[in-house]
Design a protein around this ligand. Structure first.
Ligand SMILES: [Zn+2]
Length: 154
């Protein structure tokens, strides 16, 4: 951290404590060159994760949308709320672990499908049919057949 008085590069932290509301860290620093003291505040990175929608517009990432999509697909299926949370968490963690701060909604869709595929085939097909916007019954059947073949093998 550069000294604001003399621009020297070497300053050291002499005191470090959280602010009253705990939203940031307050640091007292002293310049090694001119000896003057100054304060800095350190905040966690708050750059929001942006989602690129199909029409190329952006919206701020919203966990609730993933959760709602999963809940909707699991309607009346033997999937517990805890399992829904688990799947949502898994998708969210994977998203936040990516380097990009902008992620296409299609990537999220694929991640949710991966989660549902192993959990409940009906929920998976439901989600996929909405998400992939199956144009007709044939595409839907093709996906279903693929899924059934997959589950017979495993
Ligand atoms: Zn200085």
């Amino acid at each position: 951290m550069k000294c604001p008085f003399c621009n020297a590069a070497d300053t050291r932290v002499i005191d470090s404590r959280p602010t009253e509301d705990n939203s940031s860290i307050r640091r007292r620093r002293q310049c090694e060159n001119c000896g003057k003291r100054f304060t800095t505040y350190e905040k966690p990175e708050t750059t929001p994760l942006m989602i690129i929608k199909k029409d190329n517009s952006r919206e701020v990432y919203d966990r609730l949308k993933i959760e709602k999509g999963i809940i909707h697909s699991c309607h009346k299926r033997p999937v517990s709320s805890a399992q829904i949370m688990e799947m949502t968490d898994a998708v969210e963690t994977a998203l936040f672990n990516r380097e990009e701060r902008e992620i296409p909604s299609t990537v999220i869709g694929e991640m949710v499908m991966e989660q549902l595929k192993d959990r409940d085939p009906v929920a998976y097909v439901r989600f996929a049919s909405v998400y992939r916007e199956f144009k007709d019954v044939n595409t839907f059947m093709a996906e279903l057949t693929k899924l059934l073949e997959h589950s017979e093998k495993s």
